[in-house]
Design a protein. Structure first.
Length: 140
């Protein structure tokens, strides 16, 4: 008896969750989150580095050079870079959100600006501009 009640409760929860998801897509009150200039923050399909996340990490490892000044001063930490993945997959508006100095901020910007084109994010099956934040770890 307990199993039957638990099963019914799980089914009811699943179907109500599915209904909410479908209603959200069709609801005229559904709010798209954007920042200035029509740049989305959250989209149905987020942008993706060519080859996926592992390929992006390989690109970063292969291209990120530890700055000499940061080595001398033993600077470590994370540099947070914000950028926009454009409709064509190119990178624009790269900027340091939080840096650590010693040349690490500039190196992080250089590597992000030189990234290959991404697979763009989509909203309602159309490519859109998406803001993305990437933490880059500098560790000796």
């Amino acid at each position: 008896m307990k199993k039957a009640v638990l099963f019914l409760a799980l089914c009811a929860g699943f179907f109500s969750l599915q209904a909410q998801t479908d209603d959200t897509k069709n609801n005229s009150n559904y709010r798209e989150v954007t920042v200035d200039d029509g740049v989305f923050v959250v989209v149905e399909t987020m942008p993706e580095f060519p080859g996926g996340e592992n390929a992006m990490y390989k690109y970063l490892v292969d291209n990120l050079k530890y700055p000499e000044q940061a080595k001398k001063e033993k600077i470590t930490g994370k540099v947070y870079i914000s950028f926009v993945v454009e409709r064509d997959g190119s990178i624009s508006n790269a900027e340091v959100l939080r840096g650590i100095g010693g040349g690490c901020d500039e190196e992080a910007l250089r590597v992000v600006r030189n990234m290959p084109k991404w697979k763009p994010g989509t909203q309602r099956n159309k490519p859109v501009r998406v803001q993305y934040t990437l933490p880059l770890n500098f560790k000796l």
